[in-house]
Design a binder for this molecule. Structure first.
Ligand SMILES: NC(=O)c1ccc[n+]([C@@H]2O[C@H](COP(=O)([O-])OP(=O)(O)OC[C@H]3O[C@@H](n4cnc5c(N)ncnc54)[C@H](OP(=O)(O)O)[C@@H]3O)[C@@H](O)[C@H]2O)c1
Length: 278
């Protein structure tokens, strides 16, 4: 903590989202001066509007960088690279970047941020468990049918609370500088198995239905999902979900000295919160 003095801020980009909100909560709980960087923050921050970048960097000494919508979209590597460069020019010293596992574009973004020369920790994450409760899979779970082109491929879903624990540690503890953590949960699960666990915990009938990528994107288009989101989903399910990430890693244990949270812990906690009640 020695590198932060009394007037310094820790900036949390995406600080109202799934990981950022939790990172900010952990920093605030430790009494650390934290600034949320998002369109609803004060001052507002928008990746698409460069005039909003300098104001959030005022007195920022460290930053958690979660890009929106995804490091896979065109222009993402340039945007995070330019932001990191500007941040270092403005006196920022440390960056923690949320990246995607098994994604070439995400690795380009990592390289672009590395060039800034900041003290860097990279959190290369697999699919979040919380996509089932805080993102695009919630509606499907509530409807009782999760139809996905997931083709029986297992994923080691990671709990975003683990990501936030590591991000908060990396922002405050020198031990994580230069580390690249590949973050996974402790167990491989097919989407069908994940849905079954949620069904059992909620006592509801929720079924998993395999669909082709073509049918999946056609239904999304008919529901009015914007084209760029459909492209992203097609890339994630059609390319990234090909088994390349079907390996469990030990990096949560390495970073925190304790095992990664299991998917069943996430399901139990989330069911108890009533998120999946209809
Ligand atoms: N979901 C996964 O399974 C997964 C896995 C690996 C990596 N990731 C990475 O996680 C990152 C975040 O994705 P997510 O889906 O989890 O989103 P998220 O962090 O849950 O939510 C979006 C956050 O970004 C902010 N935001 C939205 N539009 C913005 C804009 N134009 N400018 C600045 N901030 C904006 C939102 O706040 P405001 O609405 O206030 O702006 C909110 O804080 C992505 O880079 C993705 O590659 C996700």
């Amino acid at each position: 903590m020695t590198y932060l003095n009394d007037t310094d801020k820790i900036l949390v980009l995406g600080g109202t989202g799934k990981t950022g909100r939790r990172v900010a909560e952990r920093l605030k709980a430790r009494g650390l001066p934290t600034r949320i960087g998002s369109r609803s923050g004060e001052p507002p921050f928008d990746w698409g509007d460069h005039s909003t970048w300098s104001p959030v960097l005022e007195r920022a000494r460290a930053a958690y960088v979660s890009y929106y919508p995804d490091l896979a979209v065109p222009g993402a590597a340039d945007a995070v690279g330019s932001f990191a460069e500007l941040a270092v020019k403005r006196g920022l010293r440390r960056l923690v970047l949320l990246s995607g596992r098994g994604e070439r574009q995400a690795e380009q973004a990592e390289d672009a941020v590395r060039e800034s020369g900041a003290e860097l920790t990279i959190l290369r994450s697999t699919w979040f468990a919380q996509n089932f409760s805080e993102d695009y899979l919630l509606e499907a779970v509530l409807s009782g049918e999760v139809a996905l082109p997931a083709d029986g491929v297992p994923e080691p879903f990671v709990d975003v609370d683990d990501i936030a624990d590591i991000a908060a540690a990396a922002l405050t503890d020198d031990r994580h500088i230069g580390e690249l953590y590949e973050l996974t949960g402790p167990r491989l699960l097919r989407f069908a198995e994940a849905v079954d666990e949620i069904a059992r915990a909620t006592g509801r009938e929720i079924r998993y239905t395999p669909v082709s990528i073509e049918d999946y994107t056609a239904v999304a288009a008919a529901q009015g999902v914007p084209a760029h989101v459909i492209d992203l989903l097609a890339y994630l399910f059609g390319e990234v979900l090909d088994g390349r990430n079907a390996r469990v890693r030990n990096d949560v244990q390495q970073a925190l000295g304790r095992p990664a949270r299991d998917f069943s812990d996430y399901v139990r906690r989330t069911a108890a919160e009533g998120v999946w009640d209809v």
